[in-house]
Ligand binder design. Sequence first.
Ligand code: BG6
Length: 488
Amino acid sequence: MFKDNFLWGGAIAANQSEGAWNLDGKGPILLDFRTGGSKKNPRMLTIIDKEGNPGKIPITRGTRLPDGAQYSILENIYYPSHEGIDFYHRYKDDIKLFAEMGFKIFRLSICWARIYPTGVEDKPNQEGINYYKDVFNELKKYNIEPLVTLVHSEMPLHLEELGGWSNRETIKHFDRYVRTVFEEFKGLVKYWITFNEINNEVGMLEMFGNTANDETYQTAYQKLHYEFVASAHAVKIGHEIDEKNIIGGMICGIPHYPGSNDPDDILLCRYTWEKAIFYSGDVLCKGEYPVFSKRLWKEHNVVLDITSQDLIDLKEGIVDLYTFSYYMTNVVTTHEVTDVVSGNFAAGARNPYLKYSDWGWAYDPKGLRYYLEVINDRYQKPVMITENGLGAKDSLDSDNTINDDYRIEYLRDHIIEMKKAVENGVNLIGYTAWGCIDIVSMSTGQMSKRYGFIYVDRDDEGAGTLKRIKKKSFNWYKKVIESNGNKL
Ligand code: BG6
């Protein structure tokens, strides 16, 4: 049984939905220079080199601009973030539809560059503040709690150019940004997330065929440390400004399974959990680095800049809530893998007991129960699932309906397992389905990878009317919420 006040809802992120990429004083972000793509053709960043020639560079860990080059918007290229799904102008209609489904909570992110266009200004951009105030007030009209992510894969481009999270100075600019939003939105927002999927900084280093050397690890662990400190500052500042604020950390929750019962696989699996999942969760929830950190750092000769004040801040900035995304599980093995499956964040051996989505993501509802119970035991904190869903191709039938039974089945199967976890004692307080309205896919930039209960008429090249159409899953989810998860 879910709690009576269980927070059912949906989730999106600014750069995948808002559009209005250069309106009302917003500064550019790196994602604004990112092309569309597909599973086969990766997204690229567009540039002008030092001779003035246009070009594209791949997005990999530690992407560096060639000497003298600049990120640049090129002609005749479709940039998915520029218009997104135009949530910026259509939020009233969209929120009305969320209210019709009975949402209790709606997760969205603030685009930092709308508030501080370059990140280093002394004063915020009032138009950016007004926009989010309007959105929060609109949600309030329907008694929908906003759940606000402070950093969802983006920051002002200027800060990025100054080194981003590799630069300790970024924490200072972040502090100013979060102080502004906590003050400005006091009384309008109670639930917050500091960083989206903070653990991906290290957890994804060796996925998608990427290789990582000691230098890559050094940079990643250092960035992550500064992000931990920034996250702790946000918790402290948020509590100081309003003690009612409930501030969560957020983890990309991928349970890892051993490929065999070879003790080497069992150990690898344990160590993968530690590196990819617990390392970040422990710092956020316990306020200190776990014992195994030393082993992880030593493996790659990592030496971190950690001050004694940082250690105090981490302790004082423990999160109130553990939140995570859940899409799939992953298999790790020390043995040769002939059948590799690679989804967004996982690249391991195919699990013969599971089926996979068109994008290679494992369909594993039981993995969600497993993850919830592991986390509950480890941290004993309230937990919220802030992303879950199936990215799938939808088609419009001749009568303009979308019969997305596959999505209903996916969500139903996962909610059944959530329920079992709750019965087993997990303190689960909410669930926000990812991409509750179709948005741009983060990994591929496609619109055709859809998660929503609401269809958005737009294709992968940016054509379409942007009209919203309720899918079959819209009424299904409405019933789920009405019955507090009993009618599935
Ligand atoms: C999550 C990200 O990890 O995965 C989202 O936080 C993203 O931003 C989601 O959209 C689904 O991934 P994709 O690539 O299908 O959009």
